[in-house]
Design a protein. Structure first.
Lengths: 299, 314, 399
């Protein structure tokens, strides 16, 4: 029983971290209607930028994370303007294809740039709070606690922004109907930029937060990228609530699943498979996921 | 007809000449280039023509590889039989995927095929007692000699036959159906095109050739690991080849594969930066020249020829 | 049709440009194979490359001709190893040294044998590398069986009852696991208690081992020893997460990162104080005997890179010297002559006097350096260099 609770707690923490990555992806999908196949790489870039802020310039680790979110936001704006804008100005014929290929290509590009510039070695960002805490019979690393807390804060902040502020309403408007929003005076292009920027900034922030816990390397984005896809499909594309719930679910499934698997010695080997299996099943049975809208196509 | 024959003869001559001109290592590069050409062209048929942007090609090639390798090792099946079996197995799995993705399009299809690829890769790794996973499965070589020449001709012939079959298919009305599906699925369906049948056909045929390539790869390289053949970045390379060469033609896929593979070797000095260059090329070409790099050059040459012709006619 | 012609034209052009390169005959080409980029262990590969370059720089000439060292990146992938060996053979290499990953070395020995290219494996431990008894393959690094059977003896000697492990699913990891599986379960330790050994296999890319470590922590009796049979990032993460969970290092439980990564300063950067009292293995330790050769090598290496070399670098360094010496002894660059010279060679390298056994039993002894050794050390303070760590085994070497 003890073991179960400890595993469940671990799953929860992991889930919160996944959530940060996934809600960014979800936001991008709901406003821009594309899946950002470079999301994992934006997460990775955030991790590295945060690392360099805190090690080269000695900036406080938590502040570095927020600074890196800013940097990744700017990166997102640039990417959106250079490569994604044509999707919305009618310059591209087959939009879905183009979106998939170009974001995928950007991901490949960013990954290789990171490998060449940062080097292939693993690095660790400085701790936010070092040491461990004991809660009853369980021990948890302080970093994980700190990060979970910050992740929760960011998520709440985002939900408030989306739900209550004007900008949030504008974003929601564009996600529901681009043309109608334009008619009422919202600039969809600007909303696109904002949504993409915020979306990748969230991923970058997640990367920065995870740095001290899981270490950073140029290839660190591949698996989380795939997992974020799993989550948004599971939760329903375009639904932020779905993304959060989907993330927590995936976190739990991975933690509990790998231990209570049929063959415990193999559970760990299959851990990363749970997510993709889930993705495949959800896409087959209920493509709209738990909370999603109907199948969205760009045309 | 005459021009067609001429092209074929020239192609054959060039193909035969290559082993005489290249030394062992570069011959290996040529063999890999042709291997990738087979993969890229099968992907082009599926994606560039039929509009199914699947990321499962490498996984299917991997299935072909492992099927062929394991049949040869465990059941001592003759390797040729093994390679065909591998291709058939891949085609079968391709059929499965096709049926599952019938209702999916765009990003959903992409995501599903990525998930599928990862699932295959992870399973092959985890069941290492059977597949030797990351440790590497030692596969018997196709030919007893260490010379690469027989392998070169093998892949050349495989590629040529595949291109012939795919080319004929795409030139026929089936090709038109594929293109209709890519352009506008609902309209095609409204016009009476049996979407289900042709999507499945595209997947199965494309998967067969991917599996064929995989089978060849296994018995050529002699060592198989799931991560080397099936990781997503490798799929990205194949996509890059197809896009750079021109996503809408088989010839483009072949050209792209040869170009990228040889460039990869030339630029070895640059180490990691060569992949940065490819990534950049991929992105820029997609953005500014959707039909690939070679197409504009080819068009310019064709235009000049037309000019010359019209001048001589005038 | 024209399109096809055009494509063929491009292809021919590209291929011709590729195929035609002139190579100058006046240099002796020595090949090096090492992982220099992901997914290989790039830190170790980088070390090996530097050591090889140092050696070549010092040797200068062989048979009166300048040396050209060509180091190929094998990336930890077997087919890159095959490709690299072929490239080196085509470039006219007379011998190749190196490799860090067992799975890649296994592919490389095949090419070595086919193309009659002598290969001295400097840091890949799988038994089968010399176990296949290929005439052109030699090894300076220890064989898994040579070393880990002795580690099993150590486990018994410290009175461990419950040994648990997390294993990476590579040739090396699974090799070590099978040695432990053959030597530990059911055997009695020094207190007469039966030893149990449990292992879990994982992919190198796994980052969260917490669930499995929690499982181990919940075992009763508590584990005495956690074997971290991993390299690279995973190796660090296991140490870190085990400590975060309170599993190891504690009064009852020790942790043993078995891969090489615990010897690098990055270890302390990533695991911090959790690394104190962890145990690891090394092929070199000052208490094994500090010869002037070692001190010189270490100093030169540190001057050049600012880092302390590990035994991987030393092995690479010695491999180059051994190969060069063999070529001089044979007075020839012919593969068979070099092999014959290697079989008879006795060379005083940084790691000791190197020679190669001709024994065929056990099968991995053929062309293996029997003197290859490794010892177990335990870190006693944070940021400690491995050379300052305490030597805990073999006991007879303790001061």
């Amino acid at each position: 029983m003890e073991l179960f609770v400890a595993q469940a707690l671990n799953g929860l923490i992991i889930g919160l971290l996944y959530a940060l990555i996934a809600i960014g992806l979800s936001l991008i999908f709901s406003v821009l209607k594309i899946v950002n196949f470079a999301h994992g790489e934006c997460y990775m870039m955030g991790a590295f930028v945060s690392y360099y802020f805190s090690t080269l310039f000695g900036i406080n680790p938590m502040l570095s994370v927020f600074l890196s979110m800013l940097v990744v936001f700017l990166l997102g704006v640039v990417i959106q303007y250079l490569f994604l804008r044509p999707l919305y100005t009618g310059a591209v014929e087959r939009k879905d294809e183009y979106a998939i290929l170009i974001t995928f290509g950007l991901g490949v590009f960013l990954q290789n740039v990171a490998m060449s510039v940062f080097g292939p070695w693993t690095k660790k960002s400085p701790d936010f709070i070092s040491g461990i805490t004991r809660i009853g019979f369980m021990t948890v690393d302080n970093n994980r606690l700190a990060v979970s807390g910050v992740a929760l804060l960011i998520m709440v902040a985002l939900l408030v922004i989306i739900g209550k502020t004007f900008v949030g309403k504008a974003l929601r408007a564009v996600s529901q109907d681009r043309d109608a929003s334009a008619i009422v005076g919202i600039n969809p292009h600007r909303m696109n930029i904002l949504a993409f920027g915020i979306g990748v900034a969230l991923a970058g922030g997640a990367g920065g937060l995870i740095g001290p816990i899981f270490l950073i390397s140029p290839v660190m984005g591949i698996l989380p990228g795939i997992k974020s896809f799993v989550i948004i499909v599971l939760g329903g594309m375009g639904s932020i609530k779905g993304a959060i719930i989907g993330s927590l679910l995936l976190g739990e499934i991975e933690s509990l699943g790998s231990v209570f698997f049929l063959d415990p010695t193999r559970g760990l080997a299959y851990k990363n498979a749970f997510g993709v299996l889930l993705l495949a099943i959800v896409l087959l049975l209920k493509p709209t996921g738990l909370f999603g809208e109907k199948h969205v196509r760009m045309e | 007809m005459r021009r067609y024959l001429l092209t074929v003869i020239v192609a054959v001559m060039v193909g035969v000449a290559i082993p005489l001109l290249l030394r062992a290592y570069w011959l290996h590069v040529a063999i890999m280039a042709l291997f990738y050409a087979l993969l890229a062209s099968s992907w082009t048929m599926l994606a560039g023509f039929a509009g199914q942007f699947s990321f499962a090609t490498m996984a299917l090639a991997g299935i072909g590889s492992y099927t062929s390798a394991l049949l040869a090792i465990k059941f001592h099946l003759p390797m040729w039989l093994g390679i065909i079996s591998g291709a058939l197995m891949a085609a079968l799995v391709g059929l499965l995927i096709a049926v599952l993705v019938l209702r999916m399009s765009g990003p959903y299809l992409a995501l599903f095929t990525i998930a599928f690829s990862e699932l295959v890769r992870i399973t092959l790794n985890a069941e290492y007692q059977f597949t030797r996973g990351d440790m590497g499965l030692t596969v018997p070589h196709l030919y007893a000699t260490i010379s690469k020449v027989p392998y070169y001709f093998t892949i050349l012939i495989l590629l040529a036959c595949s291109l012939l079959i795919m080319g004929l298919l795409l030139r026929s009305r089936y090709g038109l159906f594929f293109r209709a599906i890519r352009e506008h699925e609902e309209a095609a369906s409204a016009m009476g095109v049996n979407i289900v049948r042709y999507k499945i056909m595209a997947f199965v045929i494309s998967s067969f050739f991917a599996g064929l390539a995989g089978g060849f790869f296994a018995h050529y390289v002699g060592t198989l690991t799931p991560n080397s053949i099936m990781e997503i970045p490798r799929m990205g390379l194949v996509i890059a080849m197809s896009v750079i060469g021109g996503i809408e033609s088989l010839a483009g896929a072949v050209a792209g594969a040869i170009l990228v593979e040889f460039l990869q070797e030339y630029l070895r000095e640059l180490e990691m930066w060569r992949f940065v260059i490819f990534g950049l090329a991929l992105v820029l070409i997609l953005r500014f020249s959707q039909n690939g790099l070679l197409y504009p050059i080819y068009q310019r040459l064709a235009a000049k020829r037309v000019e010359a012709l019209s001048e001589s006619a005038a | 049709m024209k399109k096809a012609l055009f494509v063929i034209g491009v292809a021919l052009l590209v291929a011709l440009l590729g195929g035609s390169s002139v190579w100058c005959q006046e240099r002796i080409v020595i090949g090096g194979v090492a992982p220099l980029s992901a997914p290989g262990a790039a830190e170790s590969g980088a070390e090996m490359k530097i050591a090889m370059e140092m050696a070549v720089g010092e040797i200068g000439k062989i048979l009166g001709k300048p040396i050209k060292l060509q180091v190929e990146d094998t990336r930890g992938l077997p087919e890159e190893g095959t490709a690299a060996m072929n490239r080196l053979a085509d470039a006219g290499a007379v011998g190749v040294v190196g490799e860090f990953h067992s799975a890649v070395a296994k592919a490389e020995i095949e090419v070595a044998n086919e193309r009659k290219l002598p290969l001295i494996v400097s840091e890949a431990w799988a038994d089968v590398i010399t176990g296949k008894q290929y005439p052109y393959v030699f090894r300076i690094a220890p064989a898994n069986s040579l070393f880990y059977t002795k580690v099993a003896d150590w486990v018994k000697s410290i009175g461990a009852k419950n040994v648990v492990a997390i294993v990476e699913n590579t040739d090396w990891g699974l090799g070590v696991d099978s040695v432990f599986n053959a030597t530990l379960p059911g055997e009695k330790n020094i207190n007469g208690q039966a030893i149990s050994y449990t292992s879990i296999v994982a992919e190198r890319t796994v980052s969260d081992f917490t669930p499995q470590l929690l499982m181990y922590k919940a075992m009763r009796p508590r584990p005495d020893l956690v074997m971290d049979i991993f390299t690279g990032t995973g190796e660090y993460l296991i140490v870190k997460q085990a400590a975060e969970l309170g599993l190891a290092t504690t009064r009852e439980t020790a942790i043993f990162p078995v891969g090489t990564s615990a010897l690098y300063p990055e270890y302390w950067e990533t695991v911090g104080e959790y690394g104190v009292f962890s145990i690891t293995k090394t092929g070199y330790h000052p208490l094994l005997g500090v010869t002037p050769a070692i001190m010189e090598f270490t100093k030169k290496f540190e001057d050049k890179t600012g880092k302390t070399p590990t035994f991987a670098a030393m092995e690479a360094y010695d491999s180059i010297y051994v190969l060069a010496k063999a070529i001089e002894n044979a007075q020839s660059t012919d593969g068979d002559a070099i092999v014959a010279a290697l079989e008879k060679i006795r060379f005083d390298g940084v790691l000791g006097t190197i020679w190669f056994s001709q024994e065929r039993k056990p099968d991995y002894m053929y062309h293996q350096w029997p003197g290859a050794k490794a010892v177990l050390i335990q870190y006693t303070a944070k940021d400690q260099k491995y050379t300052d760590a305490e030597l805990i085994w073999p006991a007879m070497l303790k001061p």
